[in-house]
Design a protein around this ligand. Structure first.
Ligand code: FBP
Length: 546
């Protein structure tokens, strides 16, 4: 593989490990745990993996002998910077424990386990991917592991390769499925352990035990760099409003973090829109008022950050999407020709939802009916909210112009940042965090754990003070309605309006809206002073009161 000079130099970076994972490691177990909600139901569904204690890895002088073992690893769902370092950390720890240990990578996501597609990971492969972004070492996929025949098919190859444990690197849904798999193998005495790892750029897999999901840090820094560049361009030419949609699926963590880093004129937070029961028109009016106010001061430019999941948080749109989901799941829906779909939908929707659907521009209406992902989610990355909002803001300003309420110019540019950041080379934070997660996963396996997720805490401190361990996945679960059925799931973390990151944003947004307070964060730095290279996100610092 041809490499850039930066890639070659970066490959030599040795991720920093917490003191508890550096030398000989012993395991400290806490008290039995409970799920965060619906304890009785979760306990009944996971009789073999419920109630296990939290564990922590601590240094010891005792040298342990490790029997040889083989492990399988799977990357699941959307790419996130640092995934390769989880694999490298796991691999290095495995080889350290016993050089005879083997690591198998299942290809293209959970489907690789079911379809028996795998490679053995070797020194040469691992060395090629150290500290690199992307999931291309083994590929990723969104196959849901939830059916018994999938578990049984996986078991066949697990037995054939003599695999003791499978490590699944994924988001909330994939880790929920990892726990279901762990329970299944435990209930059937298969002797196979399953361990999860918290991944997603979206930042919504976090709770009292998981400080942050890996990849959030690098993805946000990558977007913040480009938003900063756009802001400088906007401030130089002073003629465009930039409408920037940011990935994050449901939660607005990425948009909020980028707002804290860049101080744009507007940032919409979906969770606030829902809490205040705002309409699409409320949001459009809010943005248009800021545009008009800045225009009155001669500033016909600015930036607007929009979380990609916004549309689903506008209460009226949420109702429309729910009805569309049911409608599109009917057998009749599959028989309707594309050209007739809009009319067919309008004829079937309730009066209230039909009126909203009818008011949407053709493009967005079409995007709302596109195929759902395997977890039943609307593919929000395909909905062009940035264009919808700028078009509606433009229409409102045109109407205000006629009334003399708007005196400036409004010209919009559109951007969507998502895929640009998901495979960025991990920041030092993500490189270290992921390597420590992989090392923890290997320790969890070596200590016979199953149904656990690897965790690393205290990550706002220097890396040697980080605390590594594991959390029982059932501890993070509650029951939620999914596709019409109540299911055990890991609770998704949305932006908390009473949390310190949102409060800081809310305190400053009026000033950022009217004045030009742009910050230009610049590119991720890998070498240099620690205050430049080793910082975590503003979100994490504020959440921890730092
Ligand atoms: P995960 O939740 O699997 O980590 O994926 C996150 C994400 O990047 C979202 O931000 C985005 O909405 C979605 O994936 C896009 O999915 P796809 O890669 O299938 O287009």
């Amino acid at each position: 593989m041809e490499k850039s000079a930066l890639q070659i130099a970066r490959a030599a970076y040795q991720p920093k490990l917490p003191a508890g994972l550096r030398g000989n490691v012993s395991i400290k177990e806490g008290e039995p745990t409970q799920s965060v909600g619906d304890q009785e139901e979760i306990k009944k569904l996971f009789p073999n993996t419920y109630g296990m204690p939290l564990v922590e890895f601590v240094p010891t002088n005792e040298k342990k002998e490790y029997a040889p073992m083989n492990i399988g690893i799977i990357l699941s769902g959307g790419q996130a910077p640092g995934g390769h370092n989880v694999i490298c950390g796991l691999y290095d720890e495995l080889k350290k424990q016993n050089p005879a240990n083997k690591l198998y990578g299942f290809l293209m996501g959970p489907g690789g386990l079911v379809d028996h597609k795998y490679i053995e990971l070797t020194d040469a492969i691992i060395d090629d991917y150290r500290n690199t972004g992307g999931f291309d070492m083994i590929g990723s996929g969104r196959t849901k592991l939830e059916e018994e025949d999938q578990f049984e098919s996986g078991l066949k190859i697990i037995r054939e390769l003599g695999i003791k444990a499978v490590v699944i690197i994924g988001g909330d849904d994939s880790n929920t499925n990892a726990c279901v798999l762990a329970e299944y193998y435990a209930a059937h005495n298969c002797g196979v352990q399953v361990i999860g790892c918290p991944k997603t750029i979206d930042g919504d897999l976090k709770n009292d035990q998981i400080e942050t999901s890996f990849g959030f840090d690098t993805a946000c820094k990558t977007y913040a760099e480009v938003i900063g560049n756009i802001q400088r361009d906007a401030n130089s030419a002073r003629k465009y409003w930039h409408f920037i949609k940011l990935m994050g699926r449901s939660a607005s963590h990425i948009a909020l973090e980028c707002a804290l880093q860049c101080q744009p004129n507007v940032c919409i937070i979906s969770e606030e829109v829902e809490a205040k029961n705002q309409t699409l028109d409320d949001i459009v009016t809010y943005i248009a008022e800021i545009v008009a106010k800045r225009a009155a001061n001669g500033n016909n430019f600015g930036t607007v950050l929009i979380p990609e999941g916004l549309i689903e948080f506008i209460p009226a749109m949420k109702k429309l999407i729910a009805e569309l989901n049911d409608l599109l799941a009917t057998p009749e829906a599959a028989t309707v020709a594309a050209a007739e779909q809009r009319a067919w939908i309008l004829g079937k929707l309730s009066k209230e939802n039909a009126a909203i659907y009818d008011s949407l521009p053709e493009g967005v209406a079409k995007q709302l009916t596109m195929e759902r992902d395997p977890h039943g989610n609307v593919q929000v990355s395909l909905i062009e909210t940035e264009k919808l909002l700028s078009e509606m803001v433009g229409n409102k300003l045109a109407a205000w112009k006629k009334e003399g309420k708007f005196v400036g110019k409004f010209s919009a540019q559109h951007h969507f940042f998502g895929y640009e950041g998901r495979c960025a080379a991990p920041s030092n934070y993500d490189a270290d965090y992921c390597y420590a997660l992989g090392t923890s996963a290997a320790q969890l396996v070596a200590n016979g754990k199953t149904g656990y997720m690897a965790i690393v805490k205290n990550t706002t401190a220097p890396a040697e003070q980080w605390v590594a361990g594991g959390v029982p996945i059932t501890m993070m679960m509650n029951m939620e309605r999914r596709n019409g059925k109540m299911k055990p799931v890991i609770k998704k973390a949305l932006v908390r309006l009473d949390g310190a990151p949102f409060k800081k944003f809310a305190e400053h947004r009026a000033e950022w809206a009217e004045k030009t307070c742009f910050v230009y964060p610049g590119p991720i730095q890998y070498w240099g002073p620690s205050e430049v290279c080793d910082q975590c996100t503003a979100t994490l610092k504020l959440e921890q009161g730092k």
